[in-house]
Design a binder for this molecule. Structure first.
Ligand SMILES: NC(=O)c1ccc[n+]([C@@H]2O[C@H](COP(=O)([O-])OP(=O)(O)OC[C@H]3O[C@@H](n4cnc5c(N)ncnc54)[C@H](O)[C@@H]3O)[C@@H](O)[C@H]2O)c1
Ligand SMILES: O=c1ccn([C@@H]2O[C@H](COP(=O)(O)OP(=O)(O)O[C@H]3O[C@H](CO)[C@H](O)[C@H](O)[C@H]3O)[C@@H](O)[C@H]2O)c(=O)[nH]1
Length: 343
């Protein structure tokens, strides 16, 4: 790995970005974080600095601000970008589609245009397994058909994927890797950084963690009539640190060739909602009150990855199991019951 790379992390104060930031610093990269702190806290970056003993150059700003991007690329000799900044709440995207398309699509276009002006052509992009939509054939590999996403959020990711593919075909200098994340959970084992769920979490594991800590009374399990082993939804949960390592492997690969590449980042194993509840009960030593309610609109029955391409092309595979993810998530929740306390 080329340790001298200087990488711009958009959204680097967020859940996934902060774990990638930590891994980048541990690997010896120089890193600049650009974040408008819309859904995060500067405290995550401070804690990463503390954990690694490294200093991060933090820029408060918006990815849609082209002048600010030009300034950053002029001031810093950036070699590559990892692009996490965006909005990710599916329900919110249904209520505010323009805000989602503006940040996720317009923001990505603005970023790529600024990169091209600055002569920076290496990019890793955060996409989602949601782009596969509702499929019956498992596991999902990169050639599986893209489905019809059930939300503006999912569409915004699919649109950006297409834009990036077109961009790479238009100019051979681009080297772009799209990573389709399955379901990231867990936290750094120190309990210092993790997912800062403001308000009511929509994702399963943060919700269970808040039930376990007494912040919520019970979990609603969305549907027990799916065609799965126990009737509840099945997902491929991946530890956020394994996911972070996948970014470094992708960046490494992008330094070796140009063009557009796409990789699934998942473990290859699916777990039902009931299996996750039981796993969390073991991790926290208490029972998780839950009740079955109708299916959540837009949810798919099952989704798990075929991670073979990432293994063969990136030399990456997940190492941590569901137990590690849930234990680490619980530690983070216990140590930070209301998330980062400082903005
Ligand atoms: N967490 C998941 O389950 C998941 C799954 C698949 C894909 N993704 C994608 O991965 C990326 C990171 O997700 P995350 O879970 O870390 O989310 P997050 O909300 O914790 O992090 C996103 C970061 O982007 C920042 N941001 C938002 N709009 C911005 C803007 N206009 N300019 C600058 N910064 C802005 C936020 O303040 C936040 O720090 C997102 O693009 C998300 O869509 C997440
Ligand atoms: O309170 C809850 C929350 C979730 N679930 C169930 O738990 C499973 C996982 O749900 P999540 O909301 O945690 O995850 P999703 O698979 O629905 O979606 C997440 O993972 C996707 C990638 O696969 C996308 O990235 C998406 O943005 C992100 O929210 C689903 O069967 C869901 O119905 C519940 O039963 N109760």
């Amino acid at each position: 790995m080329n340790k001298k790379l200087k990488i711009l992390l958009t959204g680097g104060a967020g859940y996934i970005g902060s774990h990638v930031l930590l891994r980048c610093l541990e690997a010896g990269y120089e890193v600049i974080v650009l974040d408008n702190l819309e859904n995060s806290s500067r405290e995550s970056v401070r804690r990463v600095e503390h954990l690694t003993g490294r200093v991060v150059h933090f820029c408060l700003g918006d990815i849609r601000d082209a002048e600010n991007l030009d300034r950053i690329f002029t001031e810093h000799q950036v070699d590559a970008v990892m692009h996490f900044a965006g909005l990710k709440a599916i329900g919110e995207s249904l209520a505010e589609p323009l805000r989602y398309y503006d940040t996720n699509v317009n923001g990505s276009v603005t970023l790529c245009a600024a990169m091209a002006r600055a002569g920076v052509f290496r990019l890793v992009f955060s996409s989602t397994a949601s782009v596969y939509g509702n499929q019956t054939e498992m596991p999902l590999n990169e050639s599986s058909p893209r489905g019809s996403p059930a939300s503006p959020y999912g569409w915004s990711k699919l649109m950006v994927e297409q834009i990036l593919e077109d961009l790479a075909s238009s100019d051979p200098r681009w080297s772009i890797g799209t990573l389709r994340y399955f379901n990231p959970v867990g936290a750094h084992p120190s309990g210092q950084i993790g997912e800062d769920s403001q308000g009511e979490p929509s994702n399963l594991v943060p919700y269970i963690a808040q039930v376990a800590s007494g912040r919520r009374k019970h979990l609603s399990v969305y549907g027990n009539d799916y065609p799965t082993t126990d009737g509840t939804g099945v997902r491929d949960y991946i530890h956020v640190l394994d996911l972070a390592d996948g970014h470094l492997a992708a960046m490494d690969r992008l330094t070796q060739s140009t063009g557009y590449k796409l990789w699934n980042l998942g473990t290859g194993q699916g777990f039902s909602v009931q299996e996750v509840i039981r796993g969390f009960e073991q991790a926290c030593g208490q029972s998780i009150p839950h009740r079955f309610v109708p299916r959540r609109p837009g949810d798919v029955a099952q989704s798990w990855a075929d991670p073979a391409l990432a293994r063969s092309e990136l030399g990456w595979q997940s190492k941590l199991g569901l137990d590690d993810m849930l234990a680490d998530h619980w530690r983070w929740q216990k140590m930070n019951p209301t998330g980062y306390t400082k903005k």
